[in-house]
Design a protein around this ligand. Sequence first.
Ligand code: GAP
Length: 497
Amino acid sequence: MKKESKTKPNNLSIKSNMMDKIVSLAKRRGFVYQSSEIYGGLNGCWDYGPLGVELLRNIKEEWWKAMTYREDIEGIEASILMHPRVWEASGHVENFTDPMVDCKQCKARYRLDALFEEISIKKQKDVLRELFPDKYQGQKKDEFFAQEFSKIIESNPSSVLPVINCPNCGNKGTFTDARKFNLMFKTFIGPVEDTSAVVYLRPETAQGIYVNFLNVQSASRQKLPFGIAQIGKAFRNEINTKNFLFRTREFEQMEMQYFVKPTEDVKWFEYWREERWKWFINLGMLDNKLRWHQHEQDKLAHYAKDAYDIEYEFPFGWGEIEGIHNRTDYDLSRHEQFSGKSLQYYDDQTKEKYIPYIIETSAGASRSFMAFLVDAYAEEEAPTAEGTMEMRTVLKFHPKLAPIKAAIFPLVNRDGMPEIAKKIEQELRPFFPVFYDDNGAVGRRYRRQDEIGTPYCITVDSQTLQDQTVTVRDRDSMLQERLAIDKLKSYLLNKIS
Ligand code: GAP
């Protein structure tokens, strides 16, 4: 379904204001709450309310159908806790780190790149000119300074840290040296809390797939190329959580690992890039809100030969929602090496044994949730029942994603209309989520449904009493059509599936 164009914000303050409005709507209408809110909240953790959980499940359901309702992909659900050697083999123990610094004065903790983002361009220029007067005198362009500053922060942070102020307390020269911080959450298995009992909460679902590669392949008798898909929780002890659901400490991933002949990696990489882009578009995202970001060769993850992110334009800027990676034979080779078990695939056509290459599609369910929520949000003018115009807030979710598919209203609470409306509600409820509302003027009821993205509103009115028809109002066009009550179920099922 193609959505109508939306009112687009055109400057930073409008954009951040829009994000505030979305977060507030999400809480007020039961999409997302801060975790443990009554205790002051737990940073980087969020709870999905009654509407949020429906939206999240619908996103995961669409992904599951797109990825596993095909003959070449199997699904699994691996456990969150895995043998600690898995994370040595994967490289997470060694490489899954962020450099960070602490302010000795106020104890604020920063990831180095996040600290850099907090420093104004004027301050960056002053620092560079103070430290390297010969090199930076006379240079004017902001972008040039920003690039130089970022390079120094990455390559030689100790040169700049003593001369910058802590963005939290304002003190200068109070930062510790940068040190590596591993993002995996640790816990203990069994009753003894010593180093031999340490296990990690998985930071990605992918490893549960790699270690099961041959189990799944032999049970399903799949031949290359084939994939294994999984949806599940992942945990990262992010130093800086920010932007609502964008970077959280507990989140869900939807990952698929596609095992291919090493010589066919490029072909399948391109295939999956195209498929994954189409998935977002087919669920209503606008082309111009998505873009590709290719990782530069020198910034690729330790396992990757090529990597592209699908980025969405959030109100706070472009952000990755999914990564498509050519992981080569890195993962299976490493697990073979660390476990001592062969993970070779026997190709019965060529009679060769080899380790397949892996093309990974790795999407965040929670990040996709946020992207779909932001993408659906619009404020626009709409006519009232009296024909004057007013602003309405509307979530233009694709009907497949909308948490509630239809709302049912009796126009007035008399003349048998509530009884008919209740009967319609009961008939539809076994098939999809519906909502009955008999409270307030019908215009107000429409607005309440618009705000949570219900695509269809059904009203029982005086004509219903004569001819057993109702009005069905479309959320986006706001047009109404009359339909026989006994046609409602098939009409709506057709629209939402
Ligand atoms: N297995 C590969 C992998 O995990 P990644 O780029 O680190 O790659 C993949 O993560 C996706 O998981 C991201 O595109 C994002 O959607 C989601 N994701 C990663 N870290 C996240 C976080 N802290 N909070 C929410 N989503 C996150």
